[in-house]
Ligand binder design. Structure first.
Ligand SMILES: Cc1cc2nc3c(=O)[nH]c(=O)nc-3n(C[C@H](O)[C@H](O)[C@H](O)COP(=O)(O)O)c2cc1C
Length: 213
């Protein structure tokens, strides 16, 4: 093989590798489709104890904040705890607490239940504290987006109940220093899964009423 032919062969090999791996040098993995993520998400309650990076958490929270909200009100607030000792002391003594002792992070999805505004039909009236009527629905949509983003990143999580169970709300609100008008809707431990449960098949056509009940 002449020197020029060798150079061409090396260049061709480089181009093939570039096309296969992309410019970042990593093998291209095809991302799961949105439907795959939705259909295969399942609650994960056992974690390896490995950390979840800040980049991953920001991606997950961005997904949460991409959810729809009534009148685009975005009443969600998030408290993220990553410090292991703090996770154990705030969440680690309740029921099924082992998941909070092995998660990489805990995201508390909170809703701001009121905000300053003017009553409907009084555009020039004084501002007052008004209820955010749909905070519960808005924050639930964010929580589901969070669970799906966690799954899409290859991590695991479970929605654990907060509001309206007062026995769960009061200790969490006190430990996290939430303002009176901010309620913890759910407490989501996030981590590297240490279990691989099969997704539950919940498809039931009997729950659907086409055109009319
Ligand atoms: C409002 C709500 C409250 C929940 N509370 C808890 C909880 O306190 N502890 C828990 O382990 N799982 C909790 N879950 C998770 C459910 O048990 C789980 O989603 C359900 O069994 C279906 O399983 P899947 O998520 O694997 O599809 C809750 C889910 C929702 C939506």
């Amino acid at each position: 093989m002449t020197y020029t032919m060798k150079k061409i062969a090396v260049f061709a090999a480089f181009m093939v590798a570039f096309l296969i791996t992309g410019c970042n040098g990593k093998a291209q993995e095809s991302a799961p489709s949105a439907l795959d993520v939705i259909m295969t998400r399942t609650s994960i309650r056992s974690f390896t104890g490995d950390p979840v990076s800040k980049d991953q958490l920001e991606t997950i929270l961005k997904a949460g904040m991409a959810a729809p909200t009534a009148m685009n009100g975005q009443p969600w607030r998030f408290v993220v705890v990553t410090d292991k000792d703090r996770m154990a002391s705030v969440f680690g003594s309740g029921p099924r607490s082992e998941m909070f002792n092995t998660a990489g992070a805990v995201i508390v999805v909170c809703g701001q239940t009121t905000s300053k505004g003017r009553p409907f039909g009084q555009p020039d009236g004084p501002e007052q504290e008004m209820p955010n009527m749909f905070w519960f629905e808005d924050c639930s949509a964010a929580a589901e987006n969070i669970l799906l983003a966690v799954k899409a990143l290859g991590l695991g999580a479970v929605w654990t109940a907060g509001y309206p169970a007062e026995d769960r709300v009061a200790p969490i609100a006190a430990a996290l220093g939430l303002p009176d008008n901010v309620k913890p809707l759910c407490i989501i431990p996030v981590g590297v899964p240490a279990e691989d449960p099969a997704p539950k098949d919940k498809w039931n056509p009997d729950n659907i009423h086409w055109e009319q009940w």
